[in-house]
Design a protein around this ligand. Sequence first.
Ligand code: UDP
Ligand code: MN
Length: 258
Amino acid sequence: SLPTIFVITPTYVRLVQKAELTRLSQTFLHVPQLHWIVVEDSLHKTPLVTNFLMKSGLTYTHLHVPTAKERKLQEGDPSWLKPRGVEQRNEGLRWLREDRRTQPGEDSHQGVVYFADDDNTYSLQLFEEMRSTQRVSVWPVGLVGGMKFESPVVEGGKVVRFHTGWRPSRPFPMDMAGFAVSLKLVLANPDACFDGEAPMGFLESSLLKGLVTIDELEPKADNCTKVLVWHTRTEKPKMKREEALQVQGLGSDPAVEI
Ligand code: UDP
Ligand code: MN
């Protein structure tokens, strides 16, 4: 049977949340044997995400963990100051290790783990590429790091360096969207996780350096020559008119979920 792809997605409350989750879930509906692990950055599971997942038609697990206050970006902080979604991805890993430990059978250790932010754009082909991951597979990511794309550079079927605009000396200078890890490797290294204290740009490295070396990386997407995922970012919607109308008591009905 096809190895299951476990997709871990951190998400948080904001105006565009349901739109992002809709886009993402409707991509995932086209992927066979996918298990979506949605981790809300919140003290409680929200009704919006709970109802959304229930109606999604996907196989999913709904988790939540709030980002510690001192780790949360404050209004006005530059977006690169602190990594986002760290505790949530780690909670996804924790659940996965616990759940698999208690599942009987060989098959329960067969699978692939992918970290999918809720705002990126994913080609269906990407999931077919990652499904054969033995340890850690890698591929290009479009529109990231101030570049058209970042990518591992492959020579003779091996990753030999990285095409990146910034600090190529990082252990693994790759975006979160640019790799997948086999479930076996995740289970064999029970302490491997993301380090929220890692300096900017080192979050991906903090997980990967506990799991593989560069020469073990498995290049996908035609030896890393095809872009199948894009680090898109959604503009924050302007609420100028909404706020003006609210003053007159004519704001949009708060009972309508958006
Ligand atoms: N995220 C979160 N809590 C936050 C901010 C972001 O859980 O306070 C999630 C977000 O939904 C996304 C991931 O963390 O799935 C990465 O965040 P974002 O897309 O804002 O980061 P960037 O695009 O800058 O890498
Ligand atoms: Mn993003």
